[in-house]
Design a binder for this molecule. Sequence first.
Ligand code: NAP
Length: 323
Amino acid sequence: MTDAKPRFDRLALIGVGLIGSSIAHAARRHSLVRSIVATARTAATRKRVVELGLADEVVETNAEAVRGADLVIVCIPVGACGPVAAEIARDLKPGAIVSDVGSVKGSVVKDMAPHMPAGVHFVPAHPVAGTEHSGPDSGFAELFINRWCILTPPPGTDAKAVERLAAFWRALGAKVETMSPEHHDLVLAVTSHLPHLIAYTIVGTADELGEVTESEVLQFSAGGFRDFTRIAASDPTMWRDVFLANKDAVLEMLGAFQEDLSKLTRAIRRGDGETLFEHFTRTRAIRRGIVSIGQDSAAPDFGRPPATMPTTPLPRPYASGEE
Ligand code: NAP
């Protein structure tokens, strides 16, 4: 964060949505790259990237984007990472670092690694930071500050390349951790994927209450439900891909969740206040632990951006990412 010298000459961003545009903002703010070349799938997004001035150059194809780049970051839904890796393989510069930001790591490694030519360093990454917004307009430079970025380099990856990418993410404001893709997917299944599935479910359930939705549910949507609706507004393509790609870990965690839900259901049915009280006391301690390690604020959230964020129109980042 303090070193103003560019760490990379040419950063290629494939996909400029929330994460890609946030990387562009933050890399520029901290002068981490000499130039940014970007591309996106549709002409409309590429045009918007030009209008927003997010890159020095906007090109039409993924292959063009990676030519001459010493850092390539693929910022697209995880289901699209394999085909894109195949598309760019021949045009990658020897010695380049290729990374991604996907919310699932096992499938991305399986889909991308086989296409990586010798001499190119493949270092998958997942910044655990996000909002429910998407597209090139939604990014902001502060998104990664104090959030984790998890790197999952395959065994044998050049340690210097891993450290260069870690330093880049630290300079964007993130804290960096390294782990295996499998471990990442299990941890994120419970901390991010399952909460999103619950939010998608509960908002759908409320919606099915028909006339209630039109009146009371919206009118009285205090804390709990309102927070769920924010999470359930997350990008449908991204989240479809996450659940398809992290099926096993999500199903494992969903099984554990259903068992716990049954225990609480039984306690409510039996009027077992002691069980409910003990459970809620334990979860309250977990919440306090999260606040004490700085992953969220204890301040009340009335829908305003937190005070640490200088520009008011920005969406409020949340710790579960997205993630
Ligand atoms: P986003 O705002 O929806 O942007 C997605 C970008 O990917 C757009 O530029 C889009 O291009 C492009 N794209 C979509 N489908 C594509 C395809 N089939 N082939 C090539 N490009 C395609 O998404 P995002 O939130 O930045 O998420 C990007 C990645 O970051 C995902 O893998 C996600 O899992 C991960 N992630 C997201 C969050 C989060 O909270 N959002 C947090 C951490 C990690 P067009 O606009 O032209 O269609």
